[in-house]
Write a protein that binds this ligand. Structure first.
Ligand code: UD1
Ligand code: CA
Length: 456
């Protein structure tokens, strides 16, 4: 057996059945494009090369792969006219010329294939090995026809199949492992004399068998891994089933409580700790990590964020690209974004927005506040209605607030500005100058209470 592994991912088709202006492999499942799922799995197999065959919206597909997933081994091959899966593979002929390797062929529209399944397929590999599964309803798939002895005979596409052949319920997954050179030799012999007038890759295993080569069938048991996405209904069904699987794993293996598993959306990349409770209508996207003993109340969406242990997120919050320390309380109706960071035991209350801001240990901003580009120390209290005026119309400026500060209600902090440790502002102050440690300022523009009295 050849030791080197090359991978070819077919992703040039438009996917007419999606009824979309967007190439099928760009549609999202579990928060990222179908093609990215396949590339991620491919990369785990330690191949020498990964070739992605692109055609329809080649630039967009290339960009989607390159931006969401960076791997030097991934290269792109152009299929000029979409003449079928056999033609798609043939477009990599030059790229693979002289390669003494095994070639794993994957489909850009079969996104959930697991690394372990592919490893087993590669172990079993002969001149060609086809990954198959039996489906109660095989409609739409190529059927695998076996001889009476149970050996592989050929694959017949749905549109070319006789009624007898249609009754076969073992289907071709569109995933194969070939001896690279034997594949390209057989590929020269396929024709487009079939119901769709296409060059079918599926004819290659039949040709190899006729030439006396061994063609293996690798019958897998999990249909979800092997199902392809051809239309939006299949995409939605796959999303639903993947989500159910993710939630089940979180309940049974991680010990997470869901009050209503059917109404939550949880990314398969989310990591959630023991005894955390997720209420109904919660969305958790991307690579989010949530600690143990947290409570995520209804209506909240958390994207690509990290929450420590014992955090409570109250109703209807949006938390994106944020870090929340242990035992923090957020919400209801709060927004954390753009690298917002809450140190342990800090609180953010209703209608409070934190952008690119760090709130120190035990500090509080409990009502109606915007904190942007700010660094806030420990045990500081930010009064209701406080705003860091961080944008002068052209540039963003920072606000720095020390420890044990008391910012009075409705204070405007005109950045760049620094408030020293232990300082305070009166209600309605407009702070235009730095406040020294321990000082109280009031008024518009805010003046030190001592100097304000001196002027009276
Ligand atoms: C294909 C198989 C079928 C199998 C099914 C599994 C063929 C002829 N049929 O059918 O036996 O059961 O997959 O999901 O191979 N593509 C290109 N260039 C083309 C045509 C397609 O790159 O010219 C790509 C598509 O983007 C897609 C993949 O190949 O990612 C499969 O193409 P699709 O048209 O979806 O094939 P199916 O009809 O599903
Ligand atoms: Ca398909």
């Amino acid at each position: 057996m050849n030791s080197e592994l090359d991978i070819l991912i077919l992703a040039a088709g438009l996917g007419t059945r999606m009824r979309s202006g967007k190439a099928k492999v760009l549609h999202h499942l579990d928060g990222r494009p179908l093609i990215v799922h396949v590339c991620e799995t491919a990369a785990k197999l330690d191949p020498a090369n990964i070739f992605v065959v692109v055609g329809h919206q080649a630039e967009e597909v290339t960009q989607a792969v390159n931006t969401e997933f960076s791997d030097q081994r991934i290269k792109f091959v152009r299929q000029e006219k979409m003449l079928g899966t056999g033609d798609a593979v043939a477009s990599a002929r030059e790229a693979l010329a002289g390669r003494d390797s095994r070639l794993l062929v994957l489909s850009g529209d079969v996104p959930l294939i697991a690394e372990q399944t592919l490893r087993s397929l590669l172990d079993a590999s002969s001149a060609a090995t086809i990954l198959t599964v039996t489906l109660p309803d095989p409609t739409g798939y190529g059927r695998v026809i076996r001889s009476q002895a149970g050996d592989f005979e050929r694959i017949v596409e749905q549109k070319d199949a006789s009624p007898d052949e249609l009754a076969a319920n073992e289907i071709n997954s569109g995933i194969y492992c070939f001896d690279t050179q034997k594949l390209f030799a057989a590929l020269s012999k396929i024709s487009n004399d079939n119901a769709q007038g296409e060059y079918y890759l599926t004819d290659v295993p039949g040709i190899l068998r006729q030439e006396g080569e061994t063609v293996g069938l690798f019958l897998h048991s999990d249909p979800l891994e092997i199902e392809g996405v051809n239309d939006r209904r299949q995409l939605a069904e796959m999303e639903t089933r993947l989500r159910a699987r993710t939630i089940e794993k979180l309940m049974l293996e991680a010990g997470v409580t869901f009050t209503d598993p059917s109404s939550v959306y949880i990314s398969s990349k989310a990591v959630i700790g023991r005894d955390t409770v997720i209420y109904q209508n919660v969305t958790i996207e991307g690579s989010t990590t949530i600690g143990e003993n947290c409570v995520i109340r209804p209506g909240t969406r958390i994207v690509g964020s990290k929450l420590g242990n014992g955090v409570e997120i109250r109703d209807n919050c949006l938390i994106a690209d944020a870090t929340v320390g242990e035992n923090c309380v957020v919400g209801p109706m709060a927004q954390l974004r753009g690298g917002a960071e809450m140190a342990e035991n800090s609180h953010v209350g209703n209608f409070v927005e934190l952008k690119k801001t760090r709130l120190g240990k035990g500090s509080k901003a409990n009502h109606l506040t915007y904190l942007g580009d700010a660094t806030i120390g420990e045990k500081t209290n930010i009064g209701a209605g406080t705003i860091t005026c961080n944008y002068d119309g052209t540039h963003k400026h920072p606000t720095t607030i020390g420890d044990n500060v008391k910012i009075g209600s409705d204070t405007m902090l005109i950045a760049p500005v620094t408030v020293g440790d232990g300082a305070s502002t009166g209600a309605g102050s407009v702070v235009t100058k730095d406040i020294p440690a321990g000082e109280l300022v009031v008024g518009v523009p805010a003046k030190s209470k001592k100097s304000a009295q001196a002027c009276e």
